[in-house]
Design a protein around this ligand. Sequence first.
Ligand code: NAP
Ligand code: GFB
Length: 448
Amino acid sequence: MLICLRRKSKYVWVVMFAINETWQCELLHSDVPTWVHWPCVCLCVFRCTVMPTQHDVVWHECTCETVHRSHHVAIASPIAKKTCVFSHNINTGTMSIGGSAHERPTLAPMGRGDIVLVTGGSGLVGHGIRSALDDELRARKLADVEKREYIDALGVQWVFASSTDADLTQTTATQALFDRVRPTHVVHLAAMVGGLFRNQRQNVEMFRVNSAINDNVLACAHEHRVTKVVSCLSTCIFPDRTTYPLDETMVHDGPPHDSNLGYAVAKRNLDVLSRLYRRQYGDRFVTVVPTNVFGEHDNFHLDDAHVIPGLIHKFHRAKAHGTPMELMGTGAPLRQFLYARDLGRMFLWALRNYDEESPLIFSVPELAEVTIKDVAQSIARHLDYDGAIMWTGDERQNGQHKKTASPDKFLALYRESQGKEFEYTPFDQALRATCQWFVEHYDTAARV
Ligand code: NAP
Ligand code: GFB
């Protein structure tokens, strides 16, 4: 296996091969930018053994004839596609593993042998990812049903964990989950989540629970040398008083809205912690920032839910009992609603393609923004509710007026890598499917 790493005008070549079940690694530093010449012109050769089980490196030989400067090289180990950072200290002449990676080799595409752990895999977004994986299987005529653990179309094993598998606020439970699953990749969704009113009531818990979960998950992913982590933020982390549309550079520009200060700051800290692991250890930790999400398998709790599932439940109940509908606030706030199945496809893309320090916004276009009043009327239509809709008119129940975010960066990267546009499910179609799913699953699977 040969990996080429460009260092300014120079090239560094890394050759990895297996002998007697240990991986040999040769790192060749050459002035000539074409690999066919490397045997003749290499200036120094470092030899090491990467133990296949512990992913440790043992230097059994180091010949270093000419070294012009200290250098750090990140190597993707073929054993579990781990990234190791090899450093040569010019003063002591020693080699070490760890330190910051200034250069990152392109990772091999995901495939057989990779294991993706999805924390929070039993929730709304986790189900969106499962649906996206199932759609890929169907497209390849490998139809599968939604399962908790399965092999995807690329041969990758997926494990969707819930809080019953491990309470991720607890360090030992988190470690045990990682020891058991031994993931090569992590999609980190697990969080204490809720709509505006739950956030207002439980700001302290939102901060403490989510901070603990995020600290445990990233620390374990680092200790296990996970190849990549994609963590989930939310557009509520952006400043409340700002200009629009929001973009990825604006996350820390001012305080978030008071209503969800605890949740938003815990999420902002997840962004900061991911960046720090990247900078200090070269970990491939990235973050994505979805707008308001909805879909099948949501939490439809009357008091704690987000607005779409909350209203679906309320309209369904009002219709069944013939009671009047009075909704919170004025209905004037604006939101961009993203279907969980579309978000699932975005997560698959990010896991396979995105590797930047900056968070990446996952949103519908700005023009798809709708008022809460519009949404209420659409839900009433889909559920055949023809009674009156009243509003309390209390502006304190409105929450943030809007948080319009731009998906431009994602859309451009997607277009560039896939050679086509990202296709969103039309909002009305997705809303109808969600209403239908709720009615059909009210007595069984729906969280009410
Ligand atoms: P959800 O449906 O409420 O699911 C939450 C998931 O987290 C569940 O799988 C839950 O497990 C798990 N979880 C909660 N506490 C846990 C703990 N202590 N230990 C282990 N697992 C725990 O939420 P969601 O909407 O799918 O949210 C997923 C991610 O998307 C979150 O990071 C959220 O912040 C983000 N997000 C959501 C929205 C939205 O509108 N929903 C918008 C932007 C970002 P159990 O099923 O066992 O409880
Ligand atoms: O989805 P939602 O709760 O969250 O939407 P946010 C709240 C909007 O819907 C407010 C109106 O303008 C409410 O006045 N609304 C009307 C209702 N009736 C209801 C109802 O019965 N239930 C709910 N929930 N809303 C959350 C953040 O903000 O968005 C979280 O608090 C998270 O931190 C999430 O980021 C995505 O968009 O206001």
